[in-house]
Ligand binder design. Structure first.
Ligand code: URP
Ligand code: ZN
Ligand code: ZN
Length: 464
């Protein structure tokens, strides 16, 4: 199979030029002007950007949470991701407390195999780590699971204490893997939640009011401090507030290897969304919660000047009618999470490039290259170069769409609402190519469940 993409503007994290791209089987094999080659399929990309497929390093497909399971599985979720221009996800396998992380990995392979239509990797959520189990982390790395997530939040569920954190971090340092942190002081937050419920404060907005930004900043500060003492780099996931970002900036300024991602929900939505009528605010119950609007400018500043490296989605959808209602009488029982995997690229292009906040190169870096580098996928993923996987998006920088659960061009996720309902975006992923095969064009699906491959990720290779 060969594919020729003619006349596009190739944009990577560093380049921006007009060229033709020739793809043979699953790899980019030639880049040049007026390529004199014959191909099985030819696409004219005049006036379009030709960018590396999005890499979303934070999704939760088929994830058990709060007595239910996230609404997208690997079939529906990766298909929706592809429609939005994302061609690789890194999802989270979860260790059952007391059980082997290797068993958890098998379980997650079982969830994804035969279903995913784009390539995928896994982080491992570590929920306990006794000394006698530490050897498993090296085995995971050999299997291509080169990063872990640990939680300072959700006591009694996913939470790990600081000792566990320190042990796992030291081992990650020995093995060359990367620790990702859900940084929020869950112990204090649980106390605040109990107080609120005692006072009869049960509606969704109290999810936000019981999780102050100071408790996120404290978690970020503490996880960085523990990582510094353990002598390892650390990656903060779903950073939501200026307060928390300040801790990352301080640490980076003193030369600490700290990396952080934020998510579209913290850039485009805010705490006022919890004031919607009746129970509608439950649609935005995610952790960390939406913040005061002014935080958004600070997050954009972090993205622009490099203290934030990546934009993931934390895609973790629960249906409003059947799942969010588990917490109709008690906000603490609303399953945490929101959809977004499909809308990330358009939202970030619109709010970033079209709004003049970041360059088109930085857009590619934030949505693809940085995550590929940090998580051991580069240069196979995250760029367009001879020899790289032909994961390519032909992106129309002018096309406008209004995001809606009712718009067949913006919503393929298996969830009954869209968190970005009504937002008009400029910039759209029109044709999506996964390892050399067109899987989306003209809003039609040409992909196949099961065609996505598990990608073994390399060890952490430092900041680059
Ligand atoms: O609300 C969220 N973020 N749900 C998914 C689990 C997590 O903490 O990432
Ligand atoms: Zn988290
Ligand atoms: Zn998450």
């Amino acid at each position: 199979m060969s594919l020729l993409i003619r006349n596009g503007r190739v944009v990577t994290a560093t380049d921006n030029y007009l060229a033709d791209l020739y793809v043979e089987n699953d790899k980019v094999s030639l880049i040049g002007n007026n390529l004199d080659v014959k191909a099985d399929q030819e696409i004219d990309a005049s006036n379009k950007l030709v960018i590396p497929g999005g890499v979303d390093p934070h999704t939760h497909m088929d994830m058990p949470f709060g007595g239910t399971t996230s609404a997208d599985d690997f079939e529906s979720g990766t298909r929706a991701a592809a429609f939005g221009g994302t061609t690789t996800i890194i999802d989270f396998a979860i260790q059952t407390k007391g059980d082997s992380t290797l068993e958890a990995l098998d379980t997650w392979h079982g969830k994804a195999e035969g279903k995913a239509s784009i390539d995928y990797g896994f982080h491992m959520i570590v929920t306990d780590m006794e000394d006698e189990r530490l050897w498993e982390l090296r085995r995971l790395a050999d299997e291509g699971i080169t990063s872990y997530k640990m939680f300072m939040a959700y006591p009694g569920v996913l939470y790990v204490d600081d000792g566990t954190l320190f042990r796992a971090m030291r081992k990650a340092g020995e093995d060359g893997t990367l620790v990702c942190m859900h940084a929020e002081n869950g112990i204090v937050i649980d106390e605040i939640v109990k107080l609120a419920l005692k006072e009869g404060k049960t509606s969704p907005k109290y999810h936000a009011l019981t999780r102050p930004t100071r408790m996120e900043a404290e978690g970020v500060h503490r996880s960085i401090a523990i990582a510094e003492v353990a002598g390892v780099p650390v990656y903060i996931v779903h950073l939501s507030s200026s307060d928390a970002l300040e801790q990352v900036t301080l640490a980076r300024n003193r030369g600490t290897l700290v990396f952080a991602e934020t998510c579209p929900q913290y850039l485009f939505l805010d705490i006022s969304h919890y004031d919607q009528e009746e129970f509608e605010g439950a649609k935005y119950v995610m952790t960390p919660p939406l913040r005061e609007r002014w935080n958004q400018d600070e997050l954009w500043r972090g993205l622009r000047f490099g203290d934030l490296q990546s934009i993931s989605t934390d895609h973790c959808p629960f249906c409003f009618k059947d799942q969010k209602t588990l917490g109709i009488d008690d906000f603490s029982k609303i399953p945490n999470g929101a959809p977004g995997v499909e809308n990330r690229m358009s939202l970030v292009y619109n709010g970033g490039v079209a709004a003049g906040r970041i360059s088109v190169n930085r857009f590619v870096e934030l949505t693809s290259t940085a995550a590929a580098k940090l998580f051991g996928l580069f240069p196979r993923k995250g760029t367009i170069a001879v020899g790289s996987d032909a994961d390519i998006v032909i992106f129309d920088p002018e096309r406008r769409e209004t995001i809606s659960a009712d718009n067949p061009c913006t919503h393929h996720m298996r969830v009954d609402y869209n968190a970005y309902e009504g937002i008009e975006t400029q910039g759209f992923s029109e044709t999506v190519i996964s390892r050399g095969k067109v899987i989306v064009s003209d809003n039609e699906w040409h992909g196949r469940s099961g065609a996505g491959q598990f990608v073994k990720r390399a060890l952490f290779s430092g900041p680059n």
